[in-house]
Every structure is written in C-alpha cells, then in structure tokens.
Design a binder for this molecule. Structure first.
Ligand code: ARG
Length: 235
C-alpha cells in the first residue's frame, strides 16, 4: 500500500465535525469514532496517500473548508446528495441512514408522524439533512418558523431536549440510537430518507477519489470494515 513502491506520498488533511456519536466524538479530549478509524484504515490501503492531522469544524463549515483547501477530505457522516454534489465530489457510499425523531424518555410528548410535531419546538444541526426535513416542515406550515431551533452540534440539541427547551430533534437514525443509549431520550419514530454517507473530496481531485474508493473496497474485502462496524455499533 501507500508509498511502498517508492513513489511520492501525498499527505491529506482530514476534517470532521465531532458531536455525532458514534461516527465522530470527543472522549477525554480525544477525537474518536467510526469515521475516524474507517478513514485511517482506508487511507492506509490507498496508494500514494497518508493521513495528516484531523481538523475540527462545525458541520456547516466543512464544505467551505474543503473548497478553500484547508482540508482535503471530509469524514463526517456526510450524506451524498445532489446539492452537495454540485460543489464537491464523494467517494462510494460507506454507510446507510434514515432520519429519526428523538424525544424525552419521560414520554410527555410521543409523536407518531411528522404532522404531530405541529405546535411543538423542534431542533436540528445546522446544515444537515435533518435540518432540511425541519425546514420543509416550516415551509409547508406544519412548524412555525419560531418553533425551529438550529444547533451547531447535536450534543447541544440533546441538552435542550433534556431540559425541555425543545420537544423533539430530527437527526440521523444511528446517531439517535447512540444518544438514546446514553441519555434520557428515546426514538419516537423513524422517517425514511435512504441516505448514504460518503467521504467528500474537492471536485476534480479524481486521483484521491479513486484511491479512497480502492481503499474502501480493500477495507471491505479484508474484513476490517466489518470489524470496525462491530466495534462501534455493537454486534
Ligand atoms: N448525515 C447528515 C448530513 O449529511 C448529518 C451529518 C452530521 N455530521 C456530523 N459530523 N455532525 O447532513
């Protein structure tokens, strides 16, 4: 793998947005998670590249950081979609997700469908697909604009949910499941979006994109992908 044939090795700087467990989060000040381990494994299998040090951004600053060359690859549970595809390129998908609606575990508010959010306060992380679902609810009149709260991190949104400042959070299902395991919150229902996460690279960075795709395939073939999934999502 990387550089062993004697060619030049390019160091790529990865960027992420922690506060999205178990994909990326801070534990005792250290950045850890499935995306962190997976990208390291993928780059180790990608010819000609090595991983530099991780840079942390708010989620909505990741694409600007990539296009302005501050980072070279985004590993942040980022869903591949047409909007983003106009500005950046994605690797092959490495994880599937839908959206989930998270509420307090106490059960004082138990919505069964999106329409039930009407008259309640809802939060999402700024710039995410969860926010897109929330903003659509505002646009169609289900939610009042003043009832929607945008957060820099889902960690703050969960705190606001716990203390009653908001009544529901719209976020990716695997992350909702993790918060539900760790905090006094639970999933009220899921909302199918069929999202797929990819690593983001600059448009035109075709060599890096193919090297990461080859790395991803190698990591799947070797069983490392499955091992990391078991490690971070439990068996
Ligand atoms: N999958 C969602 C999206 O692409 C949410 C990603 C949030 N990621 C994060 N690291 N905070 O919009």
């Amino acid at each position: 793998s990387g550089g062993e044939s004697g060619g030049d090795v390019t160091t790529i700087t990865p960027g992420t947005a922690p506060g999205f467990p178990p994909f990326e989060m801070k534990e005792s000040g250290e950045l850890v998670g499935f995306d962190i381990d997976l990208l390291a494994a993928v780059v180790a299998e990608a010819d000609g590249y090595e991983l530099g040090s991780w840079q942390e951004y708010s989620f909505d600053s990741l694409i600007p950081a990539l296009t302005s060359d501050k980072i070279d690859v985004v590993a942040a549970g980022m869903s591949i979609n047409d909007d983003r595809d106009e500005t950046i390129d994605f690797t092959d998908p490495y994880y599937n997700a839908d959206q989930a609606i998270l509420v307090r575990e106490s059960g004082d508010f138990s919505p069964a469908e999106l329409a039930d959010l009407s008259g309640h306060k809802v939060g999402s992380q700024s710039g995410t697909t969860g926010e897109t679902v929330s903003k659509n609810l505002v646009e169609e009149g289900t939610l009042k604009e003043s009832s929607y709260n945008s957060y820099d991190s889902y960690v703050f949104a969960v705190q606001d949910l716990e203390n009653g400042n908001i009544d529901a959070i719209i976020l990716d299902l695997p992350v909702a499941q993790t918060f539900a395991d760790q905090r006094p919150v639970s999933i009220a229902f899921t909302y199918e979006t069929g999202e797929r996460y990819g690593f983001g690279v600059r448009e035109g960075d075709d060599d890096l994109q193919s090297a990461l795709n080859e790395g991803l395939a190698a990591v799947r073939d070797s069983g490392q992908y499955e091992e990391l999934r078991n490690e971070w999502f439990g068996g």
